[in-house]
Design a protein around this ligand. Structure first.
Ligand code: GDD
Ligand code: MN
Length: 372
């Protein structure tokens, strides 16, 4: 029988942990093709959460034979998960690992639904608050609602992966091979940002991702341990350094230099006609952008390398690039027409930053280089 290990990280969850363990075993009792285990990873909680679980096990070895506890130092949520994953893999040989909050925010009745999706072929199942049927708590403060909602959108747009609606919530079922192969990558993300890092890595590994709706319930006992400032910063930094966006901007910059350099060479040094210099320089920049993006910025995305497909993608790239010239021309005509020519360079910078860059990034991701 395949084994599923539910990792429950705890820090001061004394009031919730016993009832949650009971509810999980209840909700999974009728599943007969999975051997469900719970591993509580307690970071030395001062309120003795760890001991409560130890005592629960001691009170009835038989009933709680599938309950395990791991004691760790308090080094962040990500670190607790990493330790829990490692120990579970070493000691229990699981087929699937679960992430789940221990404060009753995640309904144990959903566990069989996650397992069904794994049986149906998913590698990574996400409980999503932002897909149809999912929700965040009504009584969350505006601050937390805002952070969670926009946080998820920034991540979706940064990675240009609009299919996945939930990046941050920690109710997930993940096949063990993905976790094993992600452990190295995760070492540097020991806080809450670990959630984003793990999903990002799974996508790069071409894991089959499936979302199921989840109604997140606000905790009634204890307090949240999230540090929103640090979490926001680390998440933004992660997206900035791991998405294709910076590389895409650098490639654009190189393209600009190529375009300018060749124009200069042809117009000033070789003295060709201006139209000829412009065509040659612009197309050389387009070719250089395409190659750098293909072999660098969007390397992990899929552009079928069959030669026919390569040329077809290059053609689509040319169309998008030409359209951006058209958009820029119209934008410049309109803005200088309305506000005068004096500040033309400000309009140009604004158009490039707020129209051309988002436009190209979006279409390169959607039309030329795709996710899977
Ligand atoms: N072992 C351990 N060590 N557990 C921890 C630590 C830690 O340092 N920090 C938090 N936890 C445990 C909590 O005890 C709880 O069971 C679970 O991790 C979630 O922590 P909360 O403090 O309740 O965080 P939250 O509800 O604000 O966070 C939720 O949203 C985050 C962002 O969307 C969770 O779903 C997170 O997984 C999610 O990343
Ligand atoms: Mn919580």
């Amino acid at each position: 029988m395949r084994k599923a290990v539910i990792i429950l990280p705890t820090y001061n969850e004394a009031k919730s942990i016993t009832s949650l363990v009971e509810q999980i075993f209840q909700a999974t009792a009728s599943i007969n093709n999975w051997d469900v285990h719970i591993m509580v990873v307690d970071s030395n909680s001062p309120d003795k959460t760890g001991e409560i679980v130890e005592n629960l096990y001691k009170s009835d070895h038989k009933k709680y034979k599938n309950l395990h506890v791991l004691h760790t130092q308090k080094e962040g949520l990500g670190k607790a998960y990493i330790e829990g994953f490692k120990t579970a893999i070493e000691k229990l040989n699981p087929y699937v690992l679960f992430e789940m909050d221990a404060d009753h925010s995640h309904d144990p009745k959903k566990i069989p639904v996650f397992l069904k999706e794994i049986e149906n072929g998913a590698d990574f199942v996400i409980g999503s608050r932002y897909m149809k049927g999912g929700s965040i708590p009504q009584d969350w403060g505006i601050h937390r609602k805002f952070l969670s909602f926009f946080g998820n959108w920034i991540i979706r747009l940064g990675f240009m992966n609009l299919k996945i609606t939930e990046w941050t919530n920690g109710f997930r079922a993940i096949k063990v091979w993905i976790v094993t192969d992600s452990l190295g990558h995760l070492q540097n993300y020991t806080g809450y940002v670990f959630q984003v890092a793990l999903l990002d890595n799974a996508i790069r590994m071409k894991a089959k991702i499936k979302e199921i709706p989840l109604k997140f319930v606000d905790r009634t006992e204890g307090v949240s341990k999230i540090n929103s400032g640090q979490y926001t910063f680390q998440t933004l930094w992660y997206v900035f350094t791991h998405s294709s966006f910076i590389k895409f901007c650098i490639v654009g910059g190189i393209g600009f230099i190529v375009d300018f350099g060749i124009s200069y060479l042809f117009i000033v040094v070789v003295h060709t006609a201006v139209w000829l210099a412009t065509i040659i320089s612009a197309e050389t920049a387009i070719i250089s952008n395409f190659l750098f993006n293909n072999f660098w910025s969007f390397k992990h995305k899929k552009l079928s390398r069959k030669s026919g497909n390569f040329l077809w993608s290059f053609f689509k790239f040319n169309v998008i690039a030409s359209e951006s010239i058209l958009i820029q021309t119209i934008g410049m005509e309109l803005s200088t027409g309305i506000f005068g020519r004096h500040y033309w360079y400000i309009f140009k910078i604004l158009i490039i930053a707020f129209v051309i860059i988002p436009y190209s990034y979006f279409f390169y991701n959607k039309v030329v280089w795709k996710d899977q």
